[in-house]
Each structure stands twice: as structure tokens, then as C-alpha cells.
Design a protein around this ligand. Sequence first.
Ligand code: ADP
Ligand code: MG
Length: 347
Amino acid sequence: MNRNLFFWLLSGFLLGGCGDPDSSSKRVQWPTMGTIASVRASSSLSDATSAKRSCEAIFQNQEAIFSAWEESSELSRLNLTAGTGAATECSRDLSHVLVQALALCQESEGAFNPLIGSALRIWGFNGASPVHQQPGGEEIAEALRLADWRQLRTTRASPHSISLQIPVRGMKLDLGAIAKGYAVDLAYAALKSAGCSNLLINLGGNLRAIGEGNQGEGGWRTGIRDPFGKRQVFARFLLRDGEAVATSGNYERFVTIQGRRYAHIIDGRTGIPVRGMAGTTVVAPTAELADGLSTTLFILGAEKGTAFLMRHHPECRAIWIPDTGKETDYAIAGNWQPNHLEILEKP
Ligand code: ADP
Ligand code: MG
């Protein structure tokens, strides 16, 4: 099946602006960056359509930088320098995302790991051939050797760029856990500086709010899709003007090996796909941080993740939905305000 079509069929975990019966008439959506993007306007369809035009060009540019699939992307070309001894100056966008990714990596002691590319491939992700049995200990150990982020060397090349040396042949950077969030921030900045108001940008479940969905609300009401499919929405909350939200889940992208499902999020310290978590949602001041943190907190789980959030990102808030199928098992952390998060009862 065509990859874009595949993602059309599996819509994101986050529902943009749910609860508004008029929503579809003021929303435009299109496939991009291996997922679906949409823009909603509170005013009119034509405002959504003109915002889409700005976002479309930005997302295409970002895909040309960050795609792990396209051999011509800046990231793929950078990966080809692994083990050659070359230090490569990265573009402003790639530099920005790499710095943020390495910060999350350091903070999480490698749970979030931008060198996860080789580990993803041994589990059959990122265009690797389908895998019929679980990788063995040696294969995992080799993938972990190639995920040793402590060996990456960065130096500042200019005020807005870094040079990166990837020391070991076969090491593969993968920024799929954070690049979409960054692209949303670029779209947000472009729309704001063009004077746009009251829009909700959504790139594959990475959302950022401009203004509000309904007058006087102070933001956009949005929701987390129920990962167990028992009802449409698991929880509703208000995404305030300027805030971003992202969800990482185990239901949309996975491989099945010997009848067992493995999610596309791999613990960067063990090389093994994370189990036991259905979804993690994070609200943050930027979409790049929300995206990176949703993956990090998915890996860390609720207990370690709460301590991590309080220590490193107390300005953010999170919700974990474990894969137990029991909707009362969720956990929350961070600065949720009273009445800002509504966990919905089963119908
Ligand atoms: P999605 O891309 O579905 O929105 P995420 O933001 O959580 O979900 O990103 C998942 C992607 O992150 C994977 O497809 C892979 O490219 C990358 N990834 C997987 N495991 C890790 C990890 N430990 N650290 C950093 N990136 C990871
Ligand atoms: Mg993410």
C-alpha cells in the first residue's frame, strides 16, 4: 500500500479542535512528511486554505532535510559521512533540531537517542526488509554500539549552525521523533508573522494553537483519541494560545514479528521496542519540545517520566495511557490547571 495512503487511513492520536460541529467546513488537510497535515481556522475555510499554502511549502522543505527514507535528504547525506572522519556543517534547521535532540538525549541518558537509526532497521522499520524473527542478542548489541551517542562530536560552525562528525561507520541519525514538531514551529512562526490569527496547525498529531477556536475561550479545545477505540475521545483539554501538544503512540506504526506487535519507539538504552504503553501526550511551549518529549516520556513511562519532567521541563504537562486496556490506569504530571483536562467516562 502507498505509504501516504496508509497514513491517511490511520489518522493521528490527537483530534484537532474536537467538539465543534462546524469543524470540517473550516479545515483543510493534505498528505506530507509521511503523514497528514491539517489547518483549522475559526473564521472561514478561505483563511484555512491560505494558511495551508504557507505550511505546505515549509513542510516540503523540512521533508527534504529530515526524511530518513529519501536518499537525497540532508539527513541521509549526513549519515553517509559516518566513519569517514569528515565533519559536516549542517543547515540551520538541521543544526537546531540536532541540538535539541542531543539535549533530550543527555537529559534522558540515552532513552531518547537520535542515533536510533540502526536499531530501528534491525526491527524492520525505516524501509528495512520485513523481519521474521526477533533480532538476537548480538544483533541488538551491534545496533547499540552504533547508537553510542556519547561518541558524536559537534562544534559550532556559525551562530546558527553546527558541524557534526559521526565517528563510526554504520551509525544512523534518525530525527523522526522531533522533526515534525520543529516543522510545526516553523509554520507557526510564519503564520504569526503574516498576521494570521485563530488557527490550529496539526502535522500528524503535532499541534500548535494560534489564538482561539471560539471567542473568549483563550485557546483551542482539543482531545486525545482513545487508544483502545472504546469511544472517540479519551480526554479533552484546552490548548492555550501559543501552546503545542504531541502524542506518541504504539497503535499506528508497528511491526508484527511471530504474531507479536512491536511499536516503532525503541528504548535508546536497550535497543528494544517499548512495551506496555499505549500513548503519551505532552503539552509544551513549542511543538519541537512537545514532539521530543512525547517520545521520551513514552519510553520512560509514568513514574520515571514524572521525575524527569519535574526536573528538566516543569513548564510542560503530560498524560500517560498504559497498554492495560483499563482506562482508569492513566497517569498525569505537570502544570495541568483545574478544569483544563477532562478525562471522559466510557459511554
Ligand atoms: P510519530 O512519529 O508517530 O508522531 P514519535 O514522535 O513518538 O511518533 O516518533 C517516533 C519516531 O521516533 C520513530 O518512528 C523513530 O523514527 C524515532 N525513534 C524511535 N525510538 C527513538 C528513540 N529512542 N529516540 C529517538 N527517536 C526515536
Ligand atoms: Mg515525538
